[in-house]
Design a protein around this ligand. Structure first.
Ligand code: S6P
Ligand code: ZN
Length: 194
């Protein structure tokens, strides 16, 4: 009888879900860092952001791109590590984006920490989902997505999206989300910004 010896995945060796760090290990892992200096114009209190140390890391993204960017029918995989903190009371958050190919969807899932996932339609109607370890979030096409760390530890979450999705950051840069999340006396407050 012929048998087939299994191998480890050749390029992404492992994701640490057991230790709950979400760290990706493997030769082909690509890492991007976003500091407060990279996030000009993202927070409402821009002057408060500009007064903070620009080298402060707000988040890191580790990605595994098994196919070339733009490939139809492929998938990308990533983990984001969003630090706790705030700028003028507004919690640290990702830049947020629509996908350039508008109809493409994405999965997010919580690994560690807690936060809110802002989901905004093209007509600017908005809702928020709580993210926590084990929560699964389906982001339909045509929906902008931004993660907000409302907790006191690093918010770690996974993502899987089509390799031809691309990113449209310009729409959010120019128009923003229609709500922002601030520290309130009784916890996070989602305030409308229509
Ligand atoms: C990609 C996916 C995530 C984000 C990451 C950082 O489609 O949604 O990997 O890129 O969470 O967020 P942002 O908005 O700065 O790309
Ligand atoms: Zn996305």
């Amino acid at each position: 009888m012929q048998t087939i010896p299994p191998t480890l995945a050749p390029s992404l060796a492992a994701v640490d879900f057991d230790g709950a760090t979400g760290l990706l290990h493997g030769a082909s892992v690509v890492e991007d860092v976003r500091t407060l200096g990279d996030l000009a114009g993202v927070f409402e209190a821009e002057s408060a952001r500009a007064a903070l140390d620009p080298s402060t890391v707000a988040y890191r993204v580790q990605c595994y791109f098994p196919v070339a960017d733009g490939t139809e029918g492929g998938l990308f995989f990533g983990c984001t590590f969003l630090e706790p903190g705030d700028v003028g009371g507004e919690y640290f958050m990702t830049k947020g984006h629509f996908h350039a190919k508008r109809d493409t969807a994405e999965f997010y899932w919580g690994i560690r920490g807690e936060g809110l996932l802002l989901l905004m339609n093209e007509d600017r109607t908005i809702r928020a989902e709580r993210i926590q370890p084990g929560s699964l979030h389906y982001i339909p096409g045509r929906v902008a997505h931004r993660m907000v760390n409302t907790g006191t530890e690093t918010l770690t979450f996974g993502a899987c999206w089509p390799s031809d999705a691309g990113h449209d950051y310009a729409t959010i840069r120019d128009e923003g989300f229609s709500a922002r999340v601030f520290k309130g006396p009784d916890g996070p407050e989602i305030r409308r910004r229509d």
